[in-house]
Design a protein around this ligand. Structure first.
Ligand code: ADP
Length: 516
């Protein structure tokens, strides 16, 4: 089955990316469920706390109701004094009232409190009328020997009102009520209780909206910062909130959550980067495999042409059908030329394969680059003439010596000249120049051929790479290893190759060597 990059990306997505994202999502979900566990611990702690605080409030109010009820049994003369005495004794109780036929018949209200907060008896009467069934129930309870405290629904920011049933001296059943200062109730009655409940394990705060009425935490700005809050049903608009102090479980979970999130992110990044690198490397391998198979077909093609010519000419010679000696010589010449071409091809491929396997060794000697160029040109003179090429060589005779493997450098220059010839069209001209530039000794091979597009320029030194657009580039014979050999040779000489090319105008390849 043919693999292609989109198939690879699909496999990588299925095998790596999906599982990574799925696992991360699952882990993050588990982490948030840990948070939920902590929340539920809070919720149950708070529930217990609220229930017991409410129960305690009811107990206190019932006790106070009992105390005031006892007073209603004493003589009228002493009653008023005793009531006020009791009022001043219980700071949170700011008033008491007695009802007759669903109306306030008598009321005793702390005068200082009345001055500031003006308790409105009218509203109280109005509400009492509405509470008929509640009052009946309270009276029924007291007849059965049980006292219940009932909160009245009166909208008052500072006070709460409670009803309870009493039995008068003449054994009549009536109702009475307590007026409680909510803030004072919290600070004087609930505070010690909350303090003992909280100990050093919790922050417990009583809040009225955003105002902190009480907290066992010294820092009130922290006090409002409770994790969960529940209503105190005996005190309108008051809430009780709780925060576990230095909870080791919560801190452990928080720490674990943080480190788990960091680990998940690091793991995701590593896996996704891994997937990306695998994808890139596979894509390169595929590209290389494709180039290799093209290379094999190109090389076979290149080998076939000289072999066919050699075979044809030698056959003709063997049949002895050539009339003149001169013609015979011409045929021998062709056979020789083609055999040389084959030789060059095979040498090139062997050199490349040696370099690939790291087996090619270089023998460096101090040498004059001009000499090498001169020798290479010598082998091309005949070829240039045959192919109709004009050529020029411009030697710089001041060149310092370079340390080079002469054969390898000659190979590299030959490859450049071969390409110059192969990729030229109308203007058949090759210019070779030696010189020194920025302390580097160079030889440049310039042609006026088809040139190389900018985007292909950075690839031409890659192995097996060939430009495939443009008629000549496509049809010129080649294997895509020539420039790779050049690059490898020059790199082994600690030098570099420079390419200047303009598409349609020609190319200059410059080999630069360090001085010996
Ligand atoms: P090839 O055997 O195909 O010539 P090379 O490695 O020598 O392989 O060159 C790689 C590619 O670079 C060539 O296929 C060609 O497209 C381009 N190229 C190399 N030299 C020249 C040049 N002088 N002018 C234009 N294109 C060139």
């Amino acid at each position: 089955m043919k693999e292609n990059p989109s198939r690879i990306s699909l496999i990588l997505i299925i095998v790596i990316v999906f599982p990574t994202l799925f696992f991360s999502g699952y882990e993050l979900n588990t982490l948030s469920s840990n948070e939920a566990v902590v929340d539920s611990i809070y919720a149950s702690q708070l529930k217990n706390l609220t229930v017991s605080v409410n129960q305690y409030s009811v107990d206190v109010l019932t006790r106070w109701a009992d105390e005031f009820d006892d007073l209603s049994l004493i003589d009228k003369s002493g009653e008023e004094d005793s009531i006020f005495k009791l009022l001043s004794y219980h700071q949170a109780v700011r008033g008491v009232f007695y009802n007759d036929k669903r109306q306030v018949s008598r009321s005793f209200i702390d005068s200082a409190y009345q001055e500031i907060y003006s308790i409105d008896i009218q509203t109280l009467n109005h509400q009492l009328l509405k509470e008929d069934s509640v009052i009946n129930k309270l009276e029924q309870y007291i007849n059965n020997g049980y006292r219940k405290i009932q909160k009245l629904e009166i909208n008052d920011e500072f006070a709460s009102y409670y009803l309870y049933a009493i039995k008068t001296k003449d054994r009549q059943v009536k109702t009475a009520g307590l007026i409680i200062d909510k803030k004072a109730f919290v600070t004087e009655v609930l505070a010690p209780k909350l303090q003992s409940m909280a100990q050093s394990h919790f922050i417990i705060s009583v809040l009225a909206g955003s105002e902190v009425i009480f907290s066992n935490h010294q820092d009130f700005t922290q006090a409002g910062n409770v994790r969960l809050a529940e209503s105190l049903w005996l005190l309108d608009n008051y809430q009780i909130g709780v925060q576990i102090l230095n909870d080791p479980v919560e801190q452990m979970i928080k720490k674990r959550t943080r480190s788990n999130i960091i680990m998940i992110i690091i793991m995701d990044v590593i896996l996704l980067l891994g997937a990306f690198f695998i994808y890139r490397s596979l894509r390169q391998q595929l590209k290389l495999a494709q180039l290799k198979s093209e290379f094999i077909s190109n090389v076979s093609h290149e080998l076939k042409t000289p072999l066919a010519l050699i075979s044809m000419y030698s056959e003709t010679l063997q049949m002895n059908r050539i009339p003149t000696e001169e013609k015979k010589m011409e045929y021998f010449g062709v056979i020789n030329k083609e055999a040389q071409r084959l030789m060059r091809m095979v040498t090139k491929i062997l050199n490349f394969s040696k370099m690939e396997s790291g087996m090619r060794t270089f023998t460096f000697v101090e040498t004059d680059l001009n000499d090498i160029v001169h020798r290479v040109i010598g082998t091309y003179k005949y070829h240039f003439k045959n192919a109709g090429f004009e050529y020029s060589v411009d030697y710089d005779y001041e060149l310092p010596f370079i340390s080079a493997d002469e054969e390898a450098v000659a190979d590299a220059i030959s490859n450049l000249i071969d390409n110059g010839i192969k990729y030229s069209k109308e203007t058949k001209k090759i210019e070779i120049k030696t010189g020194i530039r920025n302390d580097k000794v160079f030889v440049a091979v310039k042609d006026y051929g088809i040139g190389i597009k900018e985007k292909a320029q950075k690839h031409v030194f890659d192995k097996f790479y060939r430009v495939t657009d443009g008629n000549l580039a496509l049809h010129a014979k080649g294997s895509g290893i020539g420039l790779n050999i050049v690059k490898t040779v020059i790199t082994a000489h600690h030098g570099n190759v420079k390419l200047d090319s303009k598409f349609g105008e020609g190319s200059t390849f410059t080999l630069l060597f360090p001085e010996a």
